[in-house]
Design a binder for this molecule. Sequence first.
Ligand code: THU
Length: 135
Amino acid sequence: MPVTNDSQLVEAAIQASEQAYIPYSNYRVGAALLTASGQVYGGCNIESVSFTPTVCAERTALYKAVSEGHRDFAAIAVVTRDAGSPCGVCRQMMYEFSPEMRVILADLEGRVQLTTTLDALLPHGFGPSNLDNAS
Ligand code: THU
């Protein structure tokens, strides 16, 4: 089913959250990333007993999409029990590709709490253009 609106993207994020591997935090996260070409990549958080290798749902979705050839993103929906906001590492990683993408934050029942942009979540961010004149 092609995703055409925010509530469908949130629904895809809820579906993705069902695969979350969260034995340590029990904090379930699902993400659904919409490419500029209209495809949706889901992701969940995947934890590790040694903690550091844990990957967030947003980056799971991002890495899936980039590894399939996508670099341009229109929006991401993220769902958690409290409509939590993406961590700083995920903000930076998404900023690499699409600083202007929309970010939709919702709870696990699909109630949207905030719709914003990545630019607003990472103001004055450090991005690829900063290295444009690197030799
Ligand atoms: N987590 C995410 O998946 N996304 C975020 O932006 C915040 C944190 C995950 C990582 C870990 O599995 C759990 O939530 C608690 O930090």
